[in-house]
Design a protein around this ligand. Structure first.
Ligand SMILES: C[S@@+](CC[C@H](N)C(=O)[O-])C[C@H]1O[C@@H](n2cnc3c(N)ncnc32)[C@H](O)[C@@H]1O
Length: 354
């Protein structure tokens, strides 16, 4: 949408620097950790705390963290950051977002109140988060293109997850919780043409973009509703599948529990709940790295999600067939684990008994 060679060059530089950070910088830091561990484990048990004690105060570790935090800040803020660059085109963007969409495709609640856990953090270092500014969804859409720097075709990730979910069931009705600007929802409504897909999210600016995208593609089987995943307003037992993509790690554990309970309520007997999120592997270095990423990227609930025992929580509610499975966001991604920085993508699935 923005035509500005200086902006493109700057964002290209940030992405290239991120690639350097995911590769050589990550490898240097890991080699340093392995060397320290081999020489002296400080008598500590394995775990992220031991990694912190071994290398946490190292210049290499500090520079790694500095680079991670400030490249992300540069992506969004500053003269050529995504937010100011889009703000310069505000009226054009707002006009496009507020263009009419087919009746029923978009439900925005003008009196909606955001939960405090959500409104008090600029998630991903996005100024104002993805909800408080009318242009936030468009800014987020542009930002999401380089969230996973190793991937060239990022749409692939959502299609891969969709294939896994629809491999379990092809429902007449599917609910996508925390649908954002509709990137995770789109492959579902593209695949389930005879069914109905509903996306819910807290953020009106994202929902508006999701609806514009669906309207432009002449979709007739999807609607986007401003509701919390904890209280969707959907009827009991009305969906065959409930999904989310990158939602759970943005919620404190108490809200995750409410969300699982809500998924249980709206699922029909025999239906599947399938979430795509991040859980660190059984590796102290990668776990330390993941928790640090959560802090540096303003995603404070990454670590609590990893520690809450979500499988037990699902079983407590009554779900069966609980599956926690590593997810390959692109071909060969799991083979890169430990060699380059990547998110610990994980599919978290369970079934409501028939
Ligand atoms: C990382 S984004 C992912 C968006 C989309 N699923 C995707 O894959 O592109 C997380 C989304 O969860 C939404 N969110 C956070 N808490 C929520 C809640 N309680 N109910 C519904 N959506 C929520 C945010 O507004 C944001 O759009």
């Amino acid at each position: 949408m923005i035509r500005n060679p200086e902006f493109d060059a700057f964002q290209g530089f940030v992405l290239a620097a991120k690639l350097y950070w995911t590769g050589p910088m990550f490898q240097d830091l890991k080699a340093r950790y392995e060397d320290r561990l081999a020489r002296d484990d400080k008598g500590l048990p394995p775990g992220p705390e031991r990694v912190q004690a071994l290398i946490g105060e190292d210049t290499t570790a500090r520079f790694f963290g500095f680079t991670e935090r400030h490249l992300q800040r540069m992506k969004y803020s500053g003269r050529l950051g995504l937010h100011p660059a889009h703000a310069a085109h505000r009226s054009e963007i707002e006009a496009q977002l507020n263009a009419p969409v087919p009746a029923g495709m978009l439900e925005i609640d003008p009196d909606f109140h955001q939960p405090k856990y959500y409104s008090s953090i600029d998630i991903h270092q996005h100024p104002g988060g993805v909800w408080s500014d009318e242009i936030a969804g468009v800014v987020y859409e542009r930002g999401a293109r380089s969230t996973t720097p190793l991937m060239s075709k990022d749409k692939d990730l959502h299609q891969r997850f969709t294939d896994i979910v629809l491999g379990k069931a092809r429902p007449a009705r599917l609910l996508d919780m925390g649908c954002g600007f509709g990137k995770s929802t789109r492959p579902f409504w593209e695949e389930l043409r005879e069914g109905e897909v509903v996306g819910v999210d807290l953020a009106a600016p994202c929902l508006k973009l999701a609806a514009q995208d669906a309207a432009a593609a002449q979709a007739r089987n999807v609607r986007f509703v401003q509701r919390s995943a904890t209280e969707t307003g959907m009827p009991d037992a009305s969906f065959g599948v409930v999904t989310s993509t990158m939602l759970l790690h943005e919620m404190p554990p108490a809200v995750i529990k409410e969300t699982l309970q809500e998924a249980w309520r709206v699922l029909a007997p025999g239906g599947w709940m399938v979430h795509l999120d991040f859980l660190p592997p059984d590796d102290e270095f990668l776990t330390w790295m993941h928790y640090g990423h959560g802090r540096r990227n303003n995603e404070p609930f990454m670590e609590p999600l990893a520690k809450m025992g979500i499988d037990g929580e699902m079983a407590r509610i009554g779900f069966t067939d609980v599956e926690i499975t590593p997810f390959e966001e692109m071909a060969g991604a799991l083979a890169l684990q430990g060699r380059k920085w990547r998110f610990p993508w994980t599919v978290i699935a369970a079934r409501k008994p028939a």
